[in-house]
Ligand binder design. Structure first.
Ligand code: MRU
Length: 368
C-alpha cells in the first residue's frame, strides 16, 4: 500500500542474503522509520518488541529470520536453533509456527551448501503468497460491504479492533483489505477504529486508513457497544491470530467483548483470515490456544507527543499497582457470523472450514 507516493510493503528485501527491511511499527503513527535487520537475533528482537507485529507479518518475519540465520551458518544445528529461538518469541499467532514448520520442511532434505539460497527463496515465497492471500480476502469481502451499501443506501459503517491492515501483513491486510478495495471501487465506507489499549494498534489502523483516504473515526475501546446499540455499526470485521477448525477466533484482547456486543445487537461479526491462520490441531480453543501475557509497563505507561512534538512516555499508574496484560482473547464460534478467507466466506463451523484443510495433510488423525 502507499505511503505518500511510494508503494511499500511492511517488509521487503533488496537482495538475497539480506538485510530485511521493515517499517518500525513502534514509531508509528508519530514517525515513519524503516530498519534493516541483518541477523536472526535482530528479527527475534523485532518480533518481541513489536517493531513487526500482526499474525501474518510475524510468520513472514520468522521465515526471513531463518533465511538470515542460514546465510551465516546453514548447519542442522543452526537451523534447529533458529527455529527454537523464533518459535519462542510470541506464542499466540499460529502463523509463526506455520512459517517455521514450512521453512524447516523446505530445508530439511537439503545439504547445508544448498540451504542459504533455498531459505531465501522460500521466505520470499511466503511473503509474496501472504500479499496474494490478503488481496483475495479483500476481493471476497467487498461483497459484504456492497450488500450493506445496497441495503441502506448510505456509507457502510464497519467497526474494527486492533490493526489487521497492511502493516500487520505483507500487504493489503486481512480485515482492512475489503475496506480498501471497497473504497477503491467507489463504495462509501466509514470505519469505527477501536483504540485497542494497551498497545493502541488502532492508531496504526487510523494511520493506514488516512493514508488511503478512507473516512474513519477513532473511538475508545469501550464505545463499541454503545455504537452498535444505536445502529451505527453495520458489521464488525476483525483479523485473527489463530482460528480453530471449529471456528473459534483468538484475536487481540477486547475482540470477545465486541463480539458479545455485536451478537446482542444483531450486528454481523466476521473474522478475516488467510488459511495459514487456521490451527487444524487444537480441539479446545480456551485450553489449547496459548495466550501471550505481556509486560506490565504496556498498561502502566502511555506514549504520545508532548506540546513540542516530542514522543514522551507517561506513567498513568504507580509501579506498585498490580497489572495483568493478557494480549489476546478467544471469541467462541457461536458469536462469529463468518470466517472470510482467500477462498471465500465460510460459516464458523468445522464442517464448513474443513473444505479449507490443506490437501497435503489429509491424513491427519482428526480427519480419519
Ligand atoms: O499484538 P499484535 O499487534 O501482533 O496483535 C495483532 C492482532 O491481534 C491482529 O488482529 C491479528 O494478528 C490479525 S493481523 C492481520
Amino acid at each position: 500500500m502507499k505511503v505518500g507516493d511510494r508503494h511499500y510493503r511492511s517488509l521487503w528485501t533488496e537482495q538475497p542474503g539480506g538485510p530485511v527491511h521493515i517499517i518500525d511499527q513502534t514509531r508509528l503513527p508519530h514517525a515513519f522509520e524503516t530498519r534493516a535487520l541483518d541477523s536472526l537475533e535482530a528479527v527475534a528482537e523485532a518480533i518481541v518488541s513489536m517493531r513487526v507485529r500482526g499474525a501474518p507479518l510475524i510468520g513472514v518475519s520468522a521465515a526471513f529470520g531463518i533465511a538470515l540465520a542460514m546465510a551465516r551458518d546453514a548447519s542442522d544445528e543452526a537451523l534447529a536453533h533458529a527455529a527454537t529461538r523464533l518459535g519462542a518469541t510470541r506464542p499466540t499467532a499460529v502463523n509463526l509456527a506455520w512459517a517455521i514448520a514450512r521453512m524447516r520442511t523446505a530445508l530439511a532434505g537439503l545439504t547445508p551448501a544448498e540451504r542459504a539460497s533455498a531459505a531465501w527463496f522460500q521466505a520470499q515465497a511466503i511473503a509474496d503468497e501472504d500479499a496474494a492471500l490478503n488481496e483475495a480476502i479483500g476481493r471476497h469481502g467487498v461483497a459484504l460491504l456492497e450488500r450493506e451499501h445496497a441495503a441502506h443506501g448510505r456509507p457502510v459503517n464497519v467497526l474494527t479492533h486492533c490493526n489487521a491492515g497492511w502493516l500487520a501483513c505483507v500487504d493489503w491486510g486481512t480485515a482492512l483489505s475489503p475496506v480498501f478495495q471497497a473504497h477503491d471501487k467507489g463504495i462509501p465506507v466509514h470505519v469505527w477504529v477501536d483504540e485497542t489499549r494497551p498497545r493502541s494498534q488502532g492508531l496504526l489502523t487510523a494511520w493506514e486508513l488516512a493514508g488511503h483516504g478512507v473516512p474513519h473515526t477513532l473511538v475508545a475501546d469501550n464505545a463499541g457497544g454503545h455504537l452498535m446499540q444505536h445502529g451505527k455499526v453495520d458489521l464488525v470485521i476483525v483479523g485473527a491470530d489463530r482460528v480453530t477448525r471449529k471456528g473459534d477466533v483468538a484475536n487481540k484482547i477486547g475482540t470477545y467483548l465486541k463480539a458479545l456486543a455485536a451478537h446482542a445487537n444483531g450486528v454481523p461479526f466476521y473474522a478475516a483470515v488467510p488459511t495459514p491462520t487456521i490451527d487444524w490441531e487444537i480441539d479446545d480453543a480456551l485450553s489449547g490456544i496459548p495466550i501471550e501475557e505481556r509486560g506490565a509497563e504496556e498498561v502502566r505507561v502511555v506514549r504520545g507527543l508532548d506540546g513540542a512534538g516530542r514522543v514522551q512516555a507517561v506513567e498513568i499508574a504507580p509501579a506498585t499497582t498490580a497489572v495483568a496484560n493478557p494480549a489476546f482473547d478467544v471469541t467462541p464460534a457461536s458469536l462469529v457470523t463468518g470466517i472470510l478467507t482467500e477462498k471465500g466466506l465460510f460459516p464458523a463451523k468445522e464442517t464448513a472450514l474443513l473444505a479449507l484443510y490443506p490437501r497435503d495433510r489429509q491424513s491427519k488423525a482428526f480427519l480419519t
